[in-house]
Design a protein around this ligand. Structure first.
Ligand SMILES: Cc1ncc(COP(=O)(O)O)c(C=O)c1O
Length: 462
């Protein structure tokens, strides 16, 4: 809260350990880009000065989490740390049954195998890359039922993650509720720009789904950030704590998966949770096939301890406020020079609207991919593409999915960078903005079959 002349806020921590970063020359960065096929995922970390590729597994752990690493119980079965993790999940989110996995997509794999049959339809509030792929590999088809506002970068609607219940009802009427094993709901919605779902919408969705006997499964990878937006912007929640709102969100769902590498402030980890004992029984059996025993799921004991502690820290009011406000600070600063960004600024990243930024390029010239590369070339700042490359090809037609949102994501790791890093990032983006008319497109010269954005290679057009 500001008092009198005090308007600024500071990061709610002191820095105890530092990791030096390298500053490179433009020539070095140009060589690095050529070697990386103009894909920022293929750059080496040592070639990057400020790394905003992702907020996944890149957080700084607290002293308490590091202390937790020292009490890892590395027993193959029944590790003490598993029980700490289970208890933390039950306390914070309220789900009774827990299956740990090494990261989020492993939990997506398991839940998709359990719930989806060939020919099923999975409606959700915008696709996520790995989530949709696992749904497709299990024989399902994802259908987007997010509100239209989510596809409009300049639209200021505060809850762009909401489900459009009329769209959903049309899908249910067309295919029948028995073809819909679950609703795939995400808080916040990564691909829409880190946009939250409102509790009003979730309650209405829950009521609708209860009537049709369709369970809601939640991707709660960034649930604390979603809860902060509800507290700040949804009527009736200003006096609720983020922890209370997180618990309430979960109460409207049957189960969830989480990539703990985001909100939960760890470098590795994930899990699946459910209220359905039968699903739990199948999940703890399948996890043995793909991950490891059901009391470690591909993790070391120390990883589970750090996760249990990080989860509690994720709902701390000072932490979550500083986290989301730092992202907002960067977004407003970048936009202050007229650079088009997704509005409102989301919870984990600032998304540049590459379609408008480089409006002289066709989408098949990969404007967002090129823009991410140019930002790296300009200032050693690594970001990533979220547009036509990430969307991949339609499995039936083989055509590129020409998604409406063609974005570059500047993703902020938690507790890692300071405001002055944010200032340098904004200035770097402004430099690219000033020379935007000279920027040409890319040609894709190597295209992997799955999740192509990770490993595709490009060449700049002359
Ligand atoms: C919303 C969302 N769901 C699932 C995942 C997959 O999690 P992981 O990277 O831990 O496998 C991610 C990671 O990027 C994500 O952002």
């Amino acid at each position: 809260m500001s008092e009198g002349r005090r308007r600024s806020w500071a990061e709610p921590y002191k820095i105890k350990v530092v990791e030096p970063v390298r500053v490179t020359t433009r020539e070095e960065r140009r060589t690095a880009l050529d070697e990386a096929g103009w894909n920022t995922f293929l750059l080496k970390s040592r070639e990057v000065t400020i790394d905003l590729l992702t907020d996944s597994g890149t957080s700084a752990m607290s002293d308490k989490q590091w202390a937790g690493m020292m009490v890892g119980d590395e027993a193959y079965a029944g590790s003490e740390n598993f029980y700490h993790l289970e208890k933390a999940i039950q306390d914070i989110y309220g789900y009774p049954f827990v299956v740990p996995t090494h990261q989020g997509r492993a939990a997506e794999h398991i839940i998709s195998r359990i719930l989806i049959k060939a020919g099923d339809i999975i409606p959700g509030n915008m696709y996520f890359t790995t989530t949709r792929l696992h749904q497709e590999l299990a024989g399902g088809t994802f259908v987007d039922v997010i509100v239209d506002e989510a596809h409009e970068p300049a639209n200021e609607y505060p809850f762009k993650g909401d489900v459009d219940l009329e769209k959903l009802d049309r899908v249910v009427s067309e295919h029948g509720a028995e073809k819909i094993p679950y609703i795939s709901l995400a808080t916040t919605v990564n691909m829409a720009g880190g946009q939250p779902v409102s509790l009003k919408n979730l309650k209405a969705l829950h009521e609708y789904c209860a009537g049709k006997k369709i369970p809601i499964y939640l991707d709660k990878t960034r649930i604390a950030e979603n809860a902060y937006f509800i507290q700040q912007n949804e009527e009736g929640y200003a006096d609720h704590s983020v922890a209370e709102i997180v618990r309430e969100i979960c109460s409207h769902t049957e189960g969830a998966w989480m990539s703990a590498k985001k909100d939960a402030l760890v470098n590795i980890g994930g899990y699946l949770v459910t209220r359905d004992e039968e699903v739990f029984e199948q999940a703890r059996n399948l996890v043995v096939v793909y991950e490891g025993l059901h009391t470690y799921g591909g993790l070391a004991g120390r990883d589970m301890e750090a996760m249990a502690i990080g989860m509690r820290e994720s709902v701390d009011p000072d932490h979550i406020r500083a986290r989301v406000e730092q992202v907002r600070y960067l977004g407003h600063k970048i936009a202050s020079e007229g650079v088009p960004i997704v509005r409102p600024v989301g919870g984990h990243a600032v998304f540049l609207d590459a379609r408008t930024f480089l409006d002289h390029l066709d989408q098949e010239e990969f404007p967002a991919q090129r823009l991410a590369a140019e930002i790296y070339l300009e200032g050693g700042v690594r970001s990533m593409e979220r547009g036509i490359v990430s969307a991949g090809r339609d499995p039936e037609t083989g055509e590129n999915r020409r998604v409406k949102l063609e974005l570059v994501r500047l993703t902020i790791p938690r507790r890692v960078y300071t405001q002055s890093h944010m200032d340098v990032v904004a200035e770097t983006v402004w430099e690219v903005w000033d020379r935007r008319r000279e920027i040409k497109g890319l040609e894709m010269v190597h295209e992997p079959k799955y999740l192509r954005f990770f490993q595709a290679r490009f060449e700049p057009k002359a």
